[in-house]
Design a binder for this molecule. Structure first.
Ligand code: AMP
Ligand code: ZN
Length: 473
């Protein structure tokens, strides 16, 4: 299996540290507001990666943090503490806000068939870990105290800009929270590990530490939570592309300084979902959520399908027309699957055909999780030269990774059709049968006349791949 590695800028063969096992870490959400569908694009694509690793037989352990300490996040906000801002907006404590939005996040994930990671750890549960690692960094000479805060000394590293794409000018981005733009730092790139002094004087959550009452920086969270659950060697670290710098750059700096060896081998970055108006951001106040999709009548899975149609390393533009196109394509997928269910006879799965056709899907996924081609491979199943049972088995198999719930939706569709039929008067059903016979005999004049009589009784009929659909006018 090949994966693009942001560290090497190359597509590489994936080889885990320990044969058969994968230690995987994902930067979790900042829980001061609902996740927007851009955030969820990242989580959907990471979910697909995790499920594909399991699909090919790896024993995966995946860990995610929850950023519930008040501080900046990745989406370009400048200004105040976001958690605190959320709490003020809603007249709640920071902890109440965090709890509420953590639950909301996992509810959204469930609606998108995103599996909950094996371990989920809120940053506020790990303060002792942070203090232990920061103390060690100070002892090793990688961190220093200045003006009350503890900073990581980036000049101690052989290489700080490990992803390569950044330079000092990009630090304008790195200092976007304002607090790190202070005169106490030894080097422009240094970042805070522990705050005791910040412009957030009313920061609600503070903890005792050897350096005084304060709170941890954002980057230290992920290093510590990852090491706590996954040990000293990480196979894959995931996140949105905006996390590459400064967040992941700083995670690598402090983790490798602490460990004294390489920490994570593969970095998987999902590119952004944008709107036609530009970048989607929580802090802009207005953003698209799963609830909004539902309010507008979309099944959230249609959004998952929309994401899968594109490769994770391409930015994706969201607009309602694109989503409508995805909805139409997805509905068709479901009704075509319903037709296969109806067509299925006593013939069982043809193992040889199954294995042969499946290679189309695995080839796509092995090629740097090319979900766009994997969706094409899914369409190819309908055209394949094999029986319905084999096709259905293939759809179910691919869906272990794609998680679109195709068969369940097709079964629900069949049930809804049956329910709709059960309310139809005998007289109408009789005419429909007569019309079917007329069509079979190619007596189209009679078929049209019968359609009119059905219409006079208040019903319309439509020919679909599944047969004749009858509904009230
Ligand atoms: P946050 O809650 O802001 O820390 O972001 C959660 C995740 O969403 C991170 O992995 C971000 O990199 C990612 N992310 C933020 N904005 C977008 C976007 N527009 N498209 C895709 N991923 C995003
Ligand atoms: Zn992180």
């Amino acid at each position: 299996m090949k994966l693009y590695n942001s560290l090497s800028h190359k597509v590489e063969e994936f080889v885990p540290n320990e044969a058969g096992k994968v230690a995987m870490y994902t930067c979790g959400p900042t829980v001061y507001h609902f996740a927007h569908i851009g955030n969820l694009r990242s989580y959907i694509m990471e979910d697909v990666l995790e499920k594909y690793l399991r699909f090919v037989g790896y024993d995966v352990k995946r860990v995610m943090n929850i950023t519930d300490v008040g501080h900046l996040t990745s989406d370009g906000d400048t200004g105040d503490d976001k958690m605190l801002k959320g709490a003020k907006r809603e007249h709640k404590t920071v902890m109440e806000i965090a709890e509420f939005y953590t639950k909301a996040f996992f509810d959204d994930c469930a609606k998108l068939n995103i599996k909950t990671p094996d371990a989920v750890e809120p940053a506020t549960h790990c303060i002792d870990e942070f203090i232990r690692v920061i103390s060690s960094l100070i002892e090793k000479g990688y961190a220093y105290e200045a003006g009350g805060n503890i900073y990581f000394d980036t000049s101690r590293l052989d290489k700080y800009y490990v992803f390569g794409d950044f330079n000092e000018d990009d630090l304008e981005v790195g200092v976007r929270d304002g607090v790190e733009e202070d005169g106490n730092k030894r080097n422009k790139a240094d970042f805070v590990l522990w705050f005791t002094k910040s412009k957030f004087d009313d920061q609600e959550l503070k903890w005792e530490s050897p350096w005084g009452l304060g709170y941890p920086g954002w980057h230290i969270e992920c290093s510590c939570i990852s090491m706590k659950h996954l040990g000293e060697h990480l196979d894959i670290h995931c996140g949105g592309i905006d996390n590459q710098f400064p967040h992941h750059t700083n995670e690598i700096a402090q983790s490798e300084a602490f460990l004294g060896h390489k920490w994570c081998n593969y970095w998987f970055h999902v590119h952004h979902l944008n709107t036609t108006g530009g970048k989607m951001s929580k802090s802009k106040g207005e953003f698209l959520t799963v609830s909004l999709l539902e309010e507008k009548g979309y099944d959230p899975i249609v959004y998952r399908f929309f994401c899968l149609q594109s490769h994770y390393r391409k930015s994706l533009v969201f607009d309602w027309e694109n989503l409508d196109n995805a909805k139409q394509a997805f509905d068709k997928l479901v009704t075509r699957t319903a037709a296969l269910i109806a067509e299925k006879d006593a013939a069982g799965v043809d193992k040889e055909a199954f294995d042969r056709i499946k290679t189309g899907f695995t080839a796509a996924m092995d090629d740097d999780i090319n979900t766009s081609n994997a969706v094409t491979a899914l369409y190819d199943v309908f055209k394949a030269d094999t029986n319905a049972a084999t096709k259905l088995a293939l759809i179910d198999d691919y869906d272990k990774v794609l998680s679109l719930g195709i068969t369940e939706k097709a079964e629900a569709y069949i049930r809804s059709q049956e329910d709709a039929q059960s309310d139809i008067p005998e007289e109408v059903l009789e005419l429909v049968e007569q019309r079917k016979a007329a069509r079979k005999d190619k007596n189209f004049a009679l078929a049209d006349e019968l359609r009119d009589r059905i219409s006079e009784l208040g019903y319309v009929i439509r020919e679909t791949r599944q047969g004749t659909e009858i509904s009230r006018k």
